[in-house]
Design a protein around this ligand. Sequence first.
Ligand SMILES: [Zn+2]
Length: 361
Amino acid sequence: MSLSTITPQQALNAIQRNRLTLLDIRQPHEQLQGMVEGSIAVLPEALKDWCNQNEEIELGLICQRGVRSERLCQTLSSTFDRVVSVQGGIEAWLDADLPLVRPDSRLDAAEVQRYRAQLALPAIGIEGQVRLKRSRVLVIGAGGLGCPAAMYLAAAGVGHLSIVDHDRVELSNLQRQVLHSIERLGVNKALSAQQRLSGLNDQIRIEAHPMRADSASIRTLVDRHDLIVDGSDNYATRYLVNQACLKAAKPLVYGAVEQFAGQLSLFDFSVRQPHSSPCYECLFPAHEHAGEAPSCSERGVLGALPGLIGCMQAIETIKWLSNVGESLCGRLLTVNAMTMQFRETRLDRDPACSACAQNSS
Ligand SMILES: [Zn+2]
């Protein structure tokens, strides 16, 4: 093949006669619009390796408008003389009324549009987005941490989001609990959060549980979800949530704030870290913290700080659900907002921990 470009019709003829292998070098979100039947998705950065392994075959490259494929063709032509670019790309293919197939029916057109920036991330892509869509996350508390965490999880497309909170919205909450508003003063926080989040993303299911988190209700809720985000503000609830997650072998994303200090970690009780993750009680043994911690309104908190920690809880959640990156499991991140210093300390499992030591035996 001496030409470096071919028309879509020529490409289709060659493919049908098994004389051409077509590589689709577009990004995953572009491919969701449709692909040429039999074409292979190869990212530009992986193209050279692909060509090296398949030297013998005639290759065609196709992109959205024919620009990227032509440029890559020129780059490759010094080493491979069997590469051609499809003129005008998929857009010319569509203009010529040639057929395309949908590579994936797991996301609809609106979802592809909505999550475009996330789909463009090679680490997330279609597979990661579908995993998020199929996930069920429970957020404990629609307060300073739960609000930003739930907001970004809803925006990111977690398919089923549940929020539990028994409290009602007060004026003094609005300084940091960003899902609520003055129109909803006196409304239950879980319901207020649900209302706000439905306006943000109508393609996911948002469940409100306007009730107090006691041991039985927490256990039932934890069982029904894949991951739990703890946005509670007292030791009693944190111990309950920790124990329920341990029992159900579910990952727990922990966050806490006070004044100018914040903390974050992930306790992964799932099969990914079998019996090796520390738990909340390894960090704060129950016998040392029997009393209730003073609330944010008593001790004070800089409103943007739970915003920061809550957002990081959302990031850890998205990473865990789409199975990318390195989780904070076994590490405690502390933030000092006064000096803007982030510190990381190793968090080991306490072999004498009253919660997780007996559980694993
Ligand atoms: Zn423990």
